[in-house]
Design a protein around this ligand. Sequence first.
Ligand code: FMN
Length: 191
Amino acid sequence: MRILLVLSHPRQDSLTHAVAEAFCTSARAHGHEVEWADLYREGFDPLLHEPDEPDRSVIGKRYSDAVQAEMARVDRNEAIVMVFPVWWWSVPAMLKGWIDRVWNRDWAYGARTLPHRHGLMIGVASSTEASFAKRRYIDAMRIQLETGTMAYCGIANSRLELLYESTRNPAASADLVRRAHELGKHFPSSA
Ligand SMILES: Cc1cc2nc3c(=O)[nH]c(=O)nc-3n(C[C@H](O)[C@H](O)[C@H](O)COP(=O)(O)O)c2cc1C
């Protein structure tokens, strides 16, 4: 399967980066092709300006060249995997902006939805699984990202996977990298 791997982290030596690398290496070893979209490194502009506003009065609006190019790389892949650090119980502004601009009307939702069958979001979080459950942050993230974004845009098999306790100690971080390796090995099903 051709996978677009969308990475949102400002630092190359971050754990999030290592998680993305582990997923990629493992997915490739198991026969998938992986194309990277490293949003910070590429200098993606996450701000939605007027040319990328959805227009309800026309069907099939042509968006800005930058967005059309993003749409082309999403379209040439069969699955989307997004890797990000959890910031304020959500995705970083960079990834939010990529979705705001690229997953646009009549292309990702509306007259046309995404043709991809598989979507995975891997979030790296410093808190424990218990704290995510206690305040129902995990429910909020699932509703927003699985239901309100990926499934809303037509991706039938869409899943959020959180890797918890990212900052506890080096051994815990290494475990999360191993977990990402498993996710790549078993993609598109759950590991
Ligand atoms: C702006 C900001 C907001 C954060 N918000 C959360 C949060 O809501 N929940 C959480 O568990 N960790 C939060 N963190 C911690 C990050 O998830 C943590 O720094 C990251 O998982 C570490 O991995 P990295 O080295 O790849 O950045 C936040 C960090 C930053 C910088």
